[in-house]
Each structure stands twice: as structure tokens, then as C-alpha cells.
Design a binder for this molecule. Structure first.
Ligand code: ZN
Ligand code: ZN
Length: 381
């Protein structure tokens, strides 16, 4: 491409800069040694991040070619068919049009391919490659709602999820400040495992709720925690995180109790269970009263502690240790097994996704769903 072509590209680039963008770390669970790129659709401009003038080196990328990125001597190197194309401390990739996207695959360690829209930055962090997606926040949210909400749901559910995810993103822009991006793409922040799926209902949900967020009465972002299924009662935040969160209290949820993740059963060898209690909490297993208590434990309401608060065994620790779906379970000794009969999936705080999906099926609007799970929240632009 000649100079004129380059300048034309810059004009396209500037036009697309109007929307609010967000920086998302990709493949953040891996130490990336080698990365592969194929343009999935459209055209990308590849440049040295520190020299984006028309004098700087650049390349135009088309869908037919496969590029590799590696680290060498503290620089990111870009290869095409084994030939070095460009090297720099940091590389930027700029899309020509809004729906252009890239397919990314890790070569070392190997990964499945993932597709993302928007622009990209490839730099070095602690000696490894770091890939950042720089993307319009509303387009990012379409990917998040696809990842978090799955397919086949009604519009009001996706609308509620879009408002929650937008509020969460804007409230956590500094979460990965040290890594030079706002949020990661994993459930640590919000799942963003691919670009939007192209499901019309999800795109419509994000567009309908454009700019809408939930605020507290003090005009701060509302703590929009959510989970898969509460099992019929949401959980007090302090049971999980040892702190009260204003606005979020436990309540009975009648919408989710007949859904697929409402109940679970798991058995743990009794010895394993009691060993953990003894080693971690000095549980007095020799004491006849305590060992009698261990025989059966029931939660008619959600509790914070196992058996009795006097033993100081938080249910959330048992959930972590034995990888349980929730802390909302009964535990009964049967022979040499501890049988667990549980309800719900996830921490249980805030909005229950399966309950919200049921509400949407029953004809509730997204603002009614949000008010039900987040009492006192103010829906605003
Ligand atoms: Zn994160
Ligand atoms: Zn629920």
C-alpha cells in the first residue's frame, strides 16, 4: 500500500475513535510464548505502537494470511511464512471497519482459536507476550452477554444481563491497572470468550439498554453481583466475603426452584471430610456431643457456618475445599460417606441468572427483573 492508502486508513481509524473504548486482556490465564493471527474478516493495519506516523513501518493484513508473533531480545517479532515482517516493543493492529475481526490462537502453550472484533495491542509483560483487545464498550458487552448468558434466552433476560455487565465493567476499570488493561476476559472479571455470536436477540438487548447502568442512592455504581442459581434463597454477602454490601440482602427467590441447577447431590468419604475439619479447625471429633452433631446438618435457611458458629467452620471454606456447587446444602452421614444434598450453583449473592431467565419467560420486563434482585438500585444513563 502506498502513502495515500495509508492516509486513507488513518481517516477511517479516526472516524471509528468516537465511541468509548475499553481495554481487555485476552488469554490472561496463559503465559504466551507464541501467538498466531489470521484476520477473520476485513482489513487490519499493523504498526509499531511507538511510531504510528506515515514514516513508520506498517503492514496491511488480509484474511488469507497467517501471522506469528514471538518475543526476541525484548521485542515483539511478527512473522509471515517464516519471514520477519516487523519488530517493536509493542505492536498495534487497527481494524478498517467496525465489524472486522481477528482469529487468535496460542501456539505455545497451545489453545483453541478465539475471534474478537476491535483493535489489538501486542506487547511484552514479564518476558511473555501480552494481547490486549481495544474495543468499543457496547461491542464488548455483546460478547460478554453471549459468554455469560448463553443462547436461547428471552430478550428481557439479556437486557438485564447487559445492564449488569455494563455497570460491572464501568465500576471496575482499574481492576487490572498494573497489567495495563481494564478487565481480563475470564470469570475473574466477566467472561468474554469470543466476539458476539451474532445472535440478534443479544445485539438487540445491548442496543436497547445502551448506556444504562445501575446506581446506588449515593450515585455510585451498584454492586451487581450475580450467580447461576441461588437454590431458592439468595445469600448474605458477608457469608461469602465477610463484609456487608449495602443494598444486597438475602431473600427467598421463588423463580429458580424448578430449574435444572436447583438441586445437586455429592458424596465425600467421611474420613476425608472429618480429617479436614480436625486439621483445619481442630474440630473435637472425640467429643461425643460434637461427633453426634456431625451425623446430620440441615439448612432450612442459608447459614454462614457449618454445624454451629462455635466451631468457626465457614460453609464457604467447605465449598472451596470440596469443590461444591454451593454453600446451601444439608450433610448427612450414610455409612462411610458424608452425603451432601445441595441447592443452587454459585456464591448466591445478588442476581440469580436462572431465576432471571424464568422471570423473562413469564413476561417480566428487564427493569422489573433488576428491581427484584437489586432492591434500591436506580436505573439510569
Ligand atoms: Zn480479571
Ligand atoms: Zn434463585
Amino acid at each position: 500500500m502506498n502513502k495515500l492508502g495509508f492516509l486513507t486508513f488513518l481517516v477511517w481509524f479516526c472516524v471509528s475513535m468516537n465511541a468509548q473504548t475499553i481495554r481487555i486482556g485476552l488469554f490472561t490465564g496463559s503465559k504466551i510464548k507464541e501467538l498466531q493471527l489470521q484476520v477473520g474478516q476485513g482489513t487490519y493495519l499493523l504498526q509499531n505502537k511507538d511510531d504510528q506516523t506515515s514514516n513508520g513501518a506498517f503492514k496491511i493484513l488480509f484474511p488469507s494470511e497467517t501471522y506469528q508473533f514471538k518475543v526476541y531480545n525484548g521485542l515483539v517479532q511478527v512473522y509471515l511464512r517464516g519471514q520477519l515482517q516487523l519488530q517493536a516493543a509493542s505492536i498495534v493492529l487497527t481494524q478498517k471497519q467496525q465489524e472486522d475481526f481477528c482469529n487468535w490462537t496460542l501456539l505455545s502453550p497451545a489453545s483453541k482459536m478465539r475471534s474478537y472484533e476491535g483493535d489489538f495491542e501486542i506487547g511484552i509483560y514479564k518476558g511473555e507476550l501480552r494481547l490486549i483487545n481495544v474495543i468499543d464498550i457496547e461491542t464488548y458487552l455483546e460478547g460478554v452477554v453471549s459468554s455469560e448468558g448463553g443462547s436461547g434466552q428471552r430478550l428481557p433476560y439479556y437486557e438485564a444481563q447487559a445492564v449488569i455487565s455494563r455497570t460491572y465493567a464501568l465500576n471496575n476499570l482499574n481492576r487490572h491497572q498494573n497489567e495495563n488493561y481494564a478487565l481480563c476476559e475470564r470469570v475473574h472479571c466477566q467472561a468474554y470468550l469470543n466476539k458476539r455470536t451474532g445472535t440478534a436477540t443479544i445485539d438487540t438487548a445491548v442496543q436497547h439498554t445502551k448506556g444504562l447502568v445501575l446506581l446506588t442512592e449515593e450515585a455510585k455504581y451498584y454492586p451487581t453481583f450475580f450467580h447461576a442459581n441461588c437454590g431458592g434463597q439468595t445469600c448474605e454477602p458477608q457469608y461469602i466475603w465477610n463484609e456487608e454490601i449495602k443494598g444486597l440482602q438475602s431473600f427467598q427467590d421463588t423463580f429458580c426452584i424448578h430449574t435444572k441447577q436447583a438441586q445437586w447431590v455429592k458424596s465425600i468419604p467421611l474420613e476425608q471430610w472429618t480429617n479436614f475439619l480436625v486439621e483445619k479447625y481442630n474440630f473435637p471429633v472425640q467429643d461425643s456431643m460434637s461427633s453426634a452433631l456431625l451425623q446430620s446438618f440441615h439448612q432450612t435457611q442459608r447459614m454462614a457456618f457449618y454445624l454451629h458458629p462455635v466451631y468457626g467452620i465457614p460453609l464457604r471454606d467447605l465449598r472451596d475445599q470440596f469443590k461444591l456447587k454451593s454453600t446451601y446444602f444439608d450433610a448427612v452421614v450414610v455409612g462411610q460417606e458424608m452425603m451432601l444434598y445441595g441447592k443452587g450453583f454459585g456464591h448466591g449473592v445478588g442476581l440469580c441468572q436462572e431465576g432471571a431467565m424464568q422471570m423473562a419467560k413469564k413476561g417480566y420486563a428487564f427493569d422489573q427483573i433488576l428491581r427484584y434482585y437489586y432492591p434500591g438500585a436506580i436505573l439510569t444513563k
